[in-house]
Structures are given as structure tokens and as C-alpha cells.
Design a protein around this ligand. Structure first.
Ligand code: NZQ
Ligand code: ZN
Length: 393
């Protein structure tokens, strides 16, 4: 039985990622990667070639031996990553450098693990949830604040052929270093900025909006990140070349999912679990799936999350009137309106006309996979998930 403790839980914390934050920090790459390494630079669909990031990386690596692999798509695709794995093996690559957003970084994490994996198929790592303790060393140059992948040890990989989107992780998957230069934000399209704001906001919520355990500092840090994101959102959407806004946006996203605020507290992650299924079924951007699922998830679980919802409403949205239920409902409404203020629709039917039956499909998938106990209380069955998804139509 899952027992809810009412005090801060025991924890271990180790995050070895070296962060190089600020303007011009890309040039320091050369000092982070030994020249004896043979490097594979990995990137996405080409945005880095339009905004000067590629040139800066190449200039920094002028004394290194390197090859390039471009074309990693959003929601990094397993089949494409296998082509990169082939290059790593045939060319004797010893070090990976991801230059991109969460998709490129996650794809690189998969490759770092797969490169040393000796089992039958690298899909096992995702399918069987094999943790990665040792991997090929890799660094990252972040071009899109959102996922926090630059400072954590998790990754998510998609496999279209079988409609799956699966996670992996382990202490071997921390980047050696990550370069966070906020000037890269200037060229990010509005849609991706909104996605980054929403994803990072929801990362905090998944680790905060559960039940109180007296973890005052974790709560205050979480609320601080949420408030900073709310303040930064209109500034960065208005002018992504505003350095101050970009710097705050970038650091909030990293801090939202680098492992710090989850220590000692219960975590939820049901919104992400359900959201990944929506991406696998409809290709909806990751962040948008969260904005679809979260309001219904919180409404459905209003009672079990009541105390935290009231605290969140008061500290983040200044909601001080009404009884607990009214305040909790208002806090959820504010959250949904925040996503909408970023131009992110919050109903599944806003994204697809084929939404009928989605709830049952997802319920069945989770059931087949044995994911029968989601949420911070491990109390949400696939039937509960079906109700939540139906409420999001
Ligand atoms: O591919 P390119 O041409 O580079 O364009 C990308 C891509 O189309 C573009 N972009 C990135 N930086 C840019 C830019 N365009 C202009 N200027 C720049 N500076 O943005 C598009 C989206 O990029 P992507 O990497 O897909 O976005 P994001 O960072 O939101 O990553 C999403 C992926 O990360 C996973 C998601 O599930 C999804 O697969 N997640 C990873 C997590 C983790 N590792 O901890 C946690 C998250 O919850 C999430 O699940
Ligand atoms: Zn996320």
C-alpha cells in the first residue's frame, strides 16, 4: 500500500551538470571537450544554421575532430536516431554534442546510452525501462528553454511505427556540461516560446501540486519559479530579444526540472504520462498536451489536491476570498487562463476532430502497459484517466 507521509521525505541529491550561463559562453566549448575526443555534433531541422549558433559551435571546435548529424525531429524519432547510432559506431565517435532543444538533447541522451548498450535491441532501453548507469560522455548547447533536459538525466523518445512515446533515464544520462546562452531565445518562434513557458510551468506543478509535507523551501522555490514564469511570459512573447526576460525564462526552465524542487516531496507526473499519449496519438506538441490535460486533472482530483491548490492560489495568484473549494477552483481557472493567454488552447477538440474515443484508447494503453496507479497517491486507475481525458474534450 502506498503511504502518504506528512513530513519531508528522505532524499539523495547529486547533480553533476556544469552550467555555462550567459552571452558568449558557447565559445567555452573548446575547454569542456578534450581535443583527444572524436565528437559528433547533433542537431535538429536546421534552426541553428539560421541564427548563428552553428557558426559559434564550429568556431569553438576548430581544434577538435568532429562529424555532424542533423535532422533530429521534434519528438525525437527512434528510427532516425538509429541512423545516428550507425554513424557513432562506424566512425568511432567518443563524445556527443547536442545543439538544440529538448528533442535534440533527448535524442542525444538515447544515443549516449545506446552506444554502450550491449543487449539485443536499443529499443529495450525504452521498452523495458532499463536504467542507464554508464553512457558515452556528452554536452549540450541549449537553443530552446523548455524541458530542463540540459540539466537532468531523463529523456523521452518516440517511435511512430508503433505509436509509442517512452521515457528513459539514469545517473549516466546527466550531460557533462550545458551552455545556456539566453541570446538564442531571440529567434525562437512564438509557438515554441509559449510551449517552453507551458512545459516548464507544468514541470513545477507536477512536483508541487500534490499534498503538503511541510517542505517549506521546496514549496517556496516552486512558487518562485511559477511567479517568475508568469511575470516573464508577456515580456518574452512581446520581445524575445529582451535579454533580461530571456535570461529569466531560460533559468526558470532549467530550475523547473533539474531535480532540485522534487527532493523530499511527493510528485505527481500524471499530466505528463497522459500528455505523452496524446502526442503519440495525434502528434500534438508536448507542452500543449499538458495544457489540455492539466485543468481536467486538477478538477477531477480537486479534493485530494485541495490544500495545495489553496496554497498555490493564494501565493501565486493572490486568491484570498471564498471557501477552500471556491479558491481551489479559481486557482485552476487562473492556470487555464494563463495557458490561454499564451495562445495555447486547452481542449483536445481544439487540436483534432477525431477526439471521440481517445479516453478509452489511452485507458486501454495504460492498462496493457500495467500503468494502473498514477498520481502522487498512486491511486489513479486507467478508468480515472479515462474520465480525466473525457473532461478535456
Ligand atoms: O529542429 P530545429 O530546426 O532546431 O527547430 C526546433 C524545433 O522545430 C525549434 N527551435 C529550437 N531552438 C530554436 C528553434 N527555432 C528557432 N530558434 C531557436 N533557437 O523548436 C522546435 C521544437 O524543438 P524541440 O526540441 O522539439 O522542443 P522542446 O525543447 O520543447 O522539446 C520537446 C521534447 O522534449 C521532451 C518532450 O516530450 C518532447 O519530445 N521532454 C523532455 C524532458 C526531459 N528530457 O526532461 C521533459 C519534458 O517533460 C518533455 O517530455
Ligand atoms: Zn514536460
Amino acid at each position: 500500500m502506498f503511504i502518504c507521509s506528512s513530513s519531508m521525505q528522505n532524499f539523495e541529491l547529486q547533480n553533476p551538470v556544469k552550467i555555462l550561463f550567459g552571452k558568449g559562453e558557447i565559445s567555452k566549448l573548446s575547454q569542456e571537450i578534450p581535443t583527444s575526443e572524436k565528437v559528433l555534433i547533433l542537431y535538429g531541422g536546421g534552426s541553428i544554421k539560421k541564427n548563428g549558433v552553428y557558426e559559434q559551435v564550429i568556431a569553438a571546435l576548430k581544434d577538435h575532430t568532429y562529424l555532424e548529424f542533423g535532422g533530429i525531429p521534434a519528438n525525437p524519432e527512434y528510427e532516425i536516431l538509429l541512423n545516428a547510432l550507425e554513424v557513432i559506431k562506424s566512425e568511432g565517435i567518443t563524445y556527443l554534442l547536442a545543439v538544440g532543444g529538448g528533442s535534440v538533447i533527448d535524442g542525444t541522451k538515447f544515443l549516449a546510452s545506446a552506444a554502450l548498450y550491449e543487449g539485443e535491441s536499443p529499443w529495450d532501453i525504452l521498452d523495458q525501462g532499463i536504467r542507464t548507469f554508464e553512457a558515452m560522455p556528452f554536452g549540450t548547447v541549449l537553443t530552446l528553454p523548455a524541458t530542463g533536459s540540459e540539466m537532468n538525466s531523463g529523456a523521452v523518445v518516440s517511435r511512430k511505427e508503433i505509436g509509442e512515446k517512452r521515457g528513459m533515464g539514469g545517473p549516466g544520462l546527466f550531460p557533462k556540461f550545458s551552455v545556456l546562452d539566453p541570446t538564442v531565445v531571440a529567434t525562437i518562434p512564438k509557438r515554441q516560446l509559449a510551449n517552453g513557458l507551458t512545459d516548464s510551468y507544468m514541470h513545477v506543478m507536477e512536483q508541487y501540486l500534490t499534498y503538503p509535507v511541510g517542505a517549506d523551501l521546496q514549496d517556496r522555490i516552486a512558487e518562485g519559479i511559477l511567479s517568475s514564469l508568469i511575470e516573464t511570459a508577456p515580456k518574452i512573447l512581446k520581445d524575445p530579444s529582451d535579454y533580461e526576460a530571456a535570461a529569466n525564462f531560460m533559468w526558470c526552465c532549467t530550475m523547473a526540472l533539474n531535480g532540485l524542487i522534487q527532493k523530499g516531496v511527493p510528485t505527481d507526473w500524471a499530466v505528463h504520462a497522459i500528455g505523452h499519449e496524446l502526442t503519440a496519438l495525434f502528434g500534438i506538441d508536448h507542452a500543449r498536451t499538458l495544457a489540455i490535460v492539466a485543468p481536467s486533472h486538477y478538477r477531477y482530483n480537486l479534493k485530494s489536491k485541495m490544500e495545495k491548490l489553496v496554497q498555490y492560489g493564494e501565493r501565486v495568484w493572490n486568491i484570498t476570498e471564498g471557501n477552500s473549494e471556491e479558491r481551489a477552483s479559481k486557482a485552476i481557472e487562473k492556470t487555464e487562463l494563463f495557458f490561454q493567454s499564451l495562445d495555447i488552447p486547452t481542449r483536445l477538440s481544439d487540436y483534432t476532430e477525431q477526439y471521440e474515443g481517445t479516453a478509452q484508447t489511452i485507458g486501454n494503453t495504460l492498462n496493457d502497459r500495467g500503468w494502473t496507479a498514477l498520481g502522487e497517491h498512486r491511486s489513479l486507475s486507467p478508468k480515472d484517466v479515462e474520465s480525466i481525458v473525457e473532461m478535456s474534450y
